[in-house]
Design a protein around this ligand. Structure first.
Ligand code: AMP
Length: 190
C-alpha cells in the first residue's frame, strides 16, 4: 500500500488535489471532514457527538476521530493505498495511525504539505462559505479558530514526519493542474 498524508491548513486545497490524485494513482481517498459531515447530515450518533466541535471550528476529540478513521480504512482491505485528507491532525492521531498501519503490515509513505499564506486561505474559505453551506466556513472568527487549532495541534506534525524523513512541502499557490504536478513529482519519486 502507498499511503499518502495530504497536509495543509484549512482551505489549502487538500480536498481539491485529492480528487485528482486518487484517480491518477488509484488511491482510496478518506477525508475525515467529509465523513464527519456525512454523519452530521444523517444525524448519526457519531454526527451528534462531533457537531458541537465542528460547528465551533474545534477539533473533534482524538479517540472519536481515530475510531472512525480506522473503521473507514477497514472498509477498503484491497486498496492500493489510502490518501489521507485531514487526518492526522494531532501528534496523538499520528501515533495511533502509525500503530494501526503497522498492525496491518503497512505504513505512511509520505506526508505532502500544501503551503499557502494564511490571509489568502482565510479569504478563500470565506468565499467557499458562500456556496459550501458549511457553518465553519461562514464566520471569520470560526475560521481563525480553525487556524489556531492548526497552529497549536497540527503544525507539530511537520517535525514528527520530518524526523522520519517523510515530510515534503510543495507550494500550494498556483493553478490546480500546477499543484497536482508538484504533488505528483513527490509521489513519483517515492
Ligand atoms: P475539514 O473538512 O478537514 O476542514 O474538517 C472539518 C472539521 O471536521 C474540522 O474543523 C474538525 O472539527 C473536524 N475534523 C476533521 N478531521 C479531523 C481530525 N483528524 N481530527 C479532529 N477533528 C477533525
Amino acid at each position: 500500500m502507498t499511503n499518502i498524508v495530504l497536509f495543509g491548513k484549512p482551505g489549502a486545497g487538500k480536498g481539491t488535489q485529492a480528487e485528482f490524485l486518487k484517480e491518477k494513482y488509484k488511491l482510496t481517498h478518506i477525508s475525515t471532514g467529509d465523513v464527519f459531515r456525512f454523519n452530521l447530515k444523517n444525524d448519526t450518533e457519531l454526527g451528534k457527538q462531533a457537531r458541537v466541535y465542528m460547528d465551533a471550528g474545534d477539533l473533534v476529540p482524538d479517540e472519536l476521530t481515530t475510531k472512525m478513521l480506522i473503521d473507514e480504512v477497514n472498509k477498503h482491505p484491497d486498496t492500493n493505498g489510502i490518501l489521507f485528507d485531514g487526518y492526522p491532525r494531532t501528534i496523538s492521531q499520528a501515533k495511533d495511525l502509525d500503530v494501526f498501519l503497522t498492525s496491518i503490515g503497512s505504513q505512511v509513505a509520505a506526508t505532502i504539505a500544501l503551503e499557502a499564506d494564511d490571509e489568502i486561505l482565510v479569504a478563500r474559505l470565506l468565499e467557499r462559505g458562500k456556496t459550501s453551506g458549511r457553518i465553519d466556513d461562514q464566520d471569520e472568527e470560526k475560521i481563525r479558530n480553525r487556524y489556531q487549532e492548526y497552529n497549536e495541534k497540527t503544525a507539530p506534525l511537520m517535525d514528527y514526519y520530518q524526523e522520519q524523513g517523510k515530510f515534503h512541502a510543495v507550494n500550494g499557490i498556483g493553478s490546480i493542474a500546477e499543484i497536482t504536478e508538484r504533488v505528483s513529482s513527490v509521489i513519483n519519486n517515492l
